[in-house]
Design a protein around this ligand. Sequence first.
Ligand SMILES: Nc1ncnc2c1ncn2[C@@H]1O[C@H](COP(=O)(O)OP(=O)(O)OP(=O)(O)O)[C@@H](O)[C@H]1O
Ligand SMILES: [Mg+2]
Length: 349
Amino acid sequence: MTEAKIRIQNLYKIFGPKPQSVISKVQEGMSKQELLEEHGHVLGLKDINIDIPARGVSVIMGLSGSGKSTLIRHINRLIEPTSGKMIVDDQDVLAMSKDELIEFRRYKASMVFQKFGLHVHRTVAENAAYGLIIQGTPVQEAKQLSQKWIERVGLGGFEGHYPSQLSGGMQQRVGLARALSTDAEILLMDEAFSALDPLIRTDMQDVLLGLQEELHKTIVFITHDLDEALRIGDSIAILRDGAVIQQGDPQDIIMHPSDDYIVDFVQDINRGRVIRLKTLMAPGESTSGPNLPHTMNLELALPLISEAESKSGNVVDDDGQIIGSISLEQIISGLTRPDVDTGSETRYQ
Ligand SMILES: Nc1ncnc2c1ncn2[C@@H]1O[C@H](COP(=O)(O)OP(=O)(O)OP(=O)(O)O)[C@@H](O)[C@H]1O
Ligand SMILES: [Mg+2]
């Protein structure tokens, strides 16, 4: 088990004049719509339980209004819950004093915003140094320290530019450099790449993944885009109407979506590109077929297995050890869109 860096436990958020007076209704199962119609309160989050492991990218996904921003803003207590717990590194975030909370936001959990959140009258260098300056680092030293990150995100040479002189992708790189300069262990990214054009967005995902390989931050990443979630997420939690309806390994969610809402998310993805052999393989050794790496996707494996006389092959781990077998039939069933998983576990066997 990996250690949980952030523990979210039984978290509820109800917006409205008297949230405490209606929380029991929600706990008894009242829906978001009923709560609004009968009691004039908005259900923001309902009984959220998520353990976010250290040093991974945890994605939170859901449609507009499902509660993603509300959830991530609880982590650094920009929003107070109606009830529940938020523990970060065994520290109770809800018990922190005002000063402790300021420290926590400055040093421990940096936020990267969708709209970049840059100061328009400050240069790239000043914006990137800003997180350090508010930590109390003298300006010159802050600029020196953040220079490394300006270069690391590919903005070397642009230090004297203003945000308005930069493209969206470049502005978001400044946002990232600012968050990284603070050395915070946790990055909270609320739709950080959603405002970017598709190609630039893919570039930024690559920048983030490259950095993550080196830095191993604990990243909470919000998106409503499944392709993005699959590219960067080590785990995914899916929200609907303020509740987590499925969480786990991305590959597992694709293979076993727990209801129609998730089927809608997963039906348009390119299954051949995102599903990997490890997800589909059966235990045991195969045959005379080729040895294929467990990370290979179905699109690449399909021709290789079709050509093999046995119409099957072995799946090998990073060290070349055989960890299972894969057949043409399994690949084809993996490429087929799923219906709702009934829990019978028979569909892909
Ligand atoms: N301050 C507030 N007062 C009242 N209702 C709120 C408030 N903030 C959020 N809500 C409601 O809580 C629910 C969740 O909103 P939230 O902004 O967290 O959704 P989201 O998943 O981030 O959506 P989006 O993808 O559009 O950013 C929505 O129904 C929203 O209207
Ligand atoms: Mg939001």
